[in-house]
Design a binder for this molecule. Structure first.
Ligand code: ADP
Ligand code: GLC
Length: 507
């Protein structure tokens, strides 16, 4: 089984969030199941610098007016997974973020940058690059690769099948339909409504419409996104595709995130020998400039600072955390207003609140290891990985009952303490009262060392490795590879009259 795994970020080559973690750990797990999986992603400067044994293998024929692209092959660091990087200096070799300029604005040519990724994916998939390797299945991820299933669906005759995984319905890659000719997308895809989203052309909708199989990253999120509340306007489309759509829970890279061997930690620890965690806590307090107090519960938050992650509600919770004589450490970046507010809170509550506004992989590991409690609430959460890392590090998570958070954390109650299933604290409503009530339950358990140690041991024993989820993806690949090319073309009629007028104008 040969699989081309196409993604816009991969840990440790280029990362902004959980997609990068999954794009590393899942291919490594698939390799262990004897799948010949190879990655394709843009040749950002960080990726070109860090990929192991890079070698230019093909000059790509001009596509979409881009004529400076070379295909580089190398290895994903410390793994045996091959990586193809598209080295196009004009598209990807830039100072700034993967998606945003240094001033926080989107790159104005993002539609072209990610359309190009899909076009190169299609060239590789159809073996037009003559590498002597053709995938049976193409696995595309999130809006950045949404055009790839569309492009492959238009190939005549035999072609690799596609599986499209959506990691977050809120990020859609919506652009003006005027750009369609420049990004090589035929007008009929828009006029039929198949990629049209409120008058715009949606890369995410393209993936959801044309993927032969669709997945998302947890069973609960798969149920949520077919409702208007969570579907971000695409729930109707997902309902029409429900036979081909399911949720597969993300796993974690249990080699990189292992408190018994993590090179970033000041002291290692493991289930049954958790003493080293106390040293990690003291070092973390020191690193954040807080008083080193073993008695004060240390509450961590490592996250993008956004509305999704309820960072605004956590900010409102800070005075209550201080009132309870607990400490709070934050590692995050995102919304500039929230960044400023957290820095101000640090000045307002010295000795209790410390905020590090940055992206720092090593510190994220130390925060997970040194905290007693991790706040990981969310208004919605497709899967969430930080709560899984917390569980593995004996740091009990406080989460909201939504998406993957609901699937991975078992709330603590008298019954779940007795039957040894409790692993954290779960609340229902996305507001301050609900959050603080759950946090108070966590703090009450923290004051009972015997109960706390029992909960920690139970959390650390959970198996969130990729083994079983990778096997589910492998089963889908096998089904797809054995199936005939589907003839069905999904036509999604639109009822929005504004859209009708855009359509008329376009035609
Ligand atoms: P999302 O992808 O929605 O941001 P996840 O929980 O799936 O949420 O994944 C977040 C990933 O990004 C985790 O690996 C987490 O440790 C990491 N992360 C988030 N913010 C930071 C930060 N400021 N510094 C380092 N790592 C971070
Ligand atoms: C997205 C989601 C997050 C998920 C990650 C990896 O960033 O927001 O919930 O864990 O993708 O699938």
């Amino acid at each position: 089984m040969r699989v081309l795994f196409v993604t816009s970020e991969v840990c440790s080559l280029a990362k902004t969030g959980g997609l990068a973690d999954v794009s590393r750990a899942l291919p490594i797990a698939l390799k262990k199941q004897d799948i010949d999986v190879r990655l394709l992603l843009p040749g950002y400067p960080s990726a070109l610098a860090q990929v192991e044994r890079p070698r230019a293998i093909a000059r790509l024929a001009p596509l979409l007016g881009i004529s400076d692209a070379t295909l580089v092959v190398g290895r994903l660091p410390t793994s045996d997974v091959p990586v193809f990087l598209i080295d196009s200096p004009s598209l990807y070799r830039r100072e700034g973020g993967l998606y945003l300029r240094s001033d926080g604005q989107e790159w104005p040519d993002n539609a072209l940058r990610f359309a190009f990724l899909s076009h190169v994916g299609a060239e590789l998939a159809m073996e037009r690059t003559c590498l002597g390797w053709q995938p049976d299945v193409v696995h595309a991820n999130d809006w950045h690769t949404g055009l790839l299933p569309l492009l492959l669906s238009r190939e005549g005759g035999a072609r690799p099948k596609t599986i499209f995984t959506v990691h977050n319905m809120a990020f859609q890659g919506n652009f003006s339909p005027e750009i369609l000719p420049a990004i090589g997308v035929p007008a009929d895809c828009f006029l039929s409504g198949n990629i049209e989203y409120y008058g715009q052309a949606s890369f995410l909708k393209a993936g959801l419409c044309y993927g032969d199989r669709l997945t998302t990253v947890s069973p609960t999120y798969a149920k949520e996104v077919i409702t208007p509340e969570f579907g971000c306007g695409l729930d109707g489309l997902l309902r029409t595709r429900s036979v081909s759509f399911s949720g597969i829970l993300n796993g974690i890279d249990d080699a990189s995130w292992d408190p018994a061997s993590d090179p970033y930690l000041p002291h290692l620890f493991r289930t049954g020998d958790i003493g080293g965690k106390k040293i990690c806590k003291a070092e973390l307090q020191r690193e954040f400039g807080l008083p080193v107090r073993a008695d004060a519960p240390l509450i961590g938050f490592v996250s993008r600072l956004t509305h999704q992650k309820m960072a605004d509600v956590i900010l409102d919770a800070l005075p209550l955390i201080v009132e309870r004589d607990a400490q709070f450490v934050l590692l995050g970046q995102g919304n500039p207003e929230l960044e400023k507010d957290f820095v101000e809170a640090q000045a307002k509550y010295p000795g209790h609140v410390a905020a590090h506004i940055a992206y720092d992989e090593a510190l994220a590991h130390r925060l997970q290891a040194g905290s007693d409690i991790l706040l990981a609430p969310a208004r919605y959460e497709p899967c969430g990985l930080t709560q899984l890392y917390a569980l593995r590090y004996g740091t009990l998570p406080v989460v909201r009952r939504t998406g993957g958070l609901a699937d991975t954390v078992v709330d603590t109650s008298a019954a779940t303490i007795i039957d040894r299933t409790a692993t954290g604290f779960v609340f229902d409503n996305a507001n301050l009262i609900s959050l603080i009530t759950a946090l108070d339950r966590a703090l009450a358990c923290y004051m009972e060392p015997l109960i706390w140690r029992r909960l920690q041991a139970q959390a650390m024993r959970q198996d969130f490795s990729w083994r079983s989820s990778a096997a589910q993806y492998a089963a889908y690949y096998n089904d797809l590879a054995g199936a005939p090319v589907p003839r069905l073309r999904y036509h999604v009629p639109s009822e929005d009259s504004a859209l009708q007028s855009v359509r008329q104008a376009a035609s």
